[in-house]
Design a protein around this ligand. Structure first.
Ligand code: GLN
Length: 245
């Protein structure tokens, strides 16, 4: 990669609001898997009140959080709704985890509280259920040759997908979007949502590299091959999570 200084710029959306169950580790995983390959990474924390410029960012990340933190995050996201739709239409990569995932859809209806509007990048909606879905979850993801993706879920929200928004994966073990239709997560264009915390990307290197490849392809208008890394530790963590509840 020495002949060109490849780089990506990441917008970390509202880390002061949505960042539970180790979700910050997703930024570290993307950053390190780029730096280990000589790809420069710039991470910009988008705080409440920031006006997002969609021309500046290749990848957007938003973590999970409790209903209370989602209220402020919903307000902030809606202020940037048009610009984030422009980013999606330009094939920017998004990854939303749990509460952040829910707000990438049309709305999240908590139990006994006002509905939180999402920004509708995903044709999906979420309503709070009566049971918390907690535990390690594993599924097969068609975007990485049906390889497994595994992580930790902890949500009461039941998410339902519509239209062109497709699941991120088919549930093999765990609850997933709603505990009924065996789907987990969502994808539309390069927008991805998932309930998997833990954090997700350090123990799912194939999916992490897939997101990096999408961001590079969008920016440089061609496939950028990623050099192989020694993923022995990542695979150990992946397999441990698959085997344990
Ligand atoms: N508050 C939402 C729910 O319980 C999201 C929780 C989370 O981000 N872990 O479904």
């Amino acid at each position: 990669m020495s002949q060109i200084d490849f780089s990506i710029t990441i917008a970390h959306l509202y880390p002061e609001l949505l960042n539970i169950y180790g979700d910050l580790g997703n930024i570290s995983a993307i950053k390190n898997r780029c730096l280990w390959r000589g790809i420069n990474v710039n991470v910009v924390e988008i705080k409440s009140g920031f006006r997002i410029n969609p021309d500046e960012f290749d990848l957007y990340f938003i973590g999970g959080g409790q209903d209370k933190q989602q209220i402020e995050a919903s307000i902030e996201l809606l202020k940037n709704k048009e610009r984030l739709h422009k980013a999606m239409e330009s094939d920017a990569v998004f990854l939303g985890i749990c509460g952040g995932y829910q707000l990438l859809g049309h709305y999240y209806q908590p139990k006994n509280a006002d509905r939180l509007d999402g920004i509708g990048l995903l044709n999906a909606y979420t309503v709070a259920g009566n049971k918390r879905f907690i535990g390690n979850i594993t599924g097969k993801c068609p975007y990485i040759d049906n390889s497994t993706i595994t992580g930790f879920e902890n949500h009461s929200g039941l998410t339902f997908l519509k239209g062109d928004t497709k699941p991120l994966m088919k549930v093999v073990k765990g609850y997933g979007n709603n505990g009924k239709d065996k789907t987990e997560g969502a994808r539309y264009k390069n927008v991805f949502g998932t309930y998997l915390h833990g954090s997700l990307l350090p123990k799912n290197p194939k999916f992490c590299d897939y997101l990096i490849s999408l961001a590079l392809k969008r920016k440089y208008k061609c496939e950028i091959p990623l050099s192989e890394l020694n993923d022995e530790i990542e695979e150990k963590a992946h397999n441990f999570c698959i085997k344990h509840k």
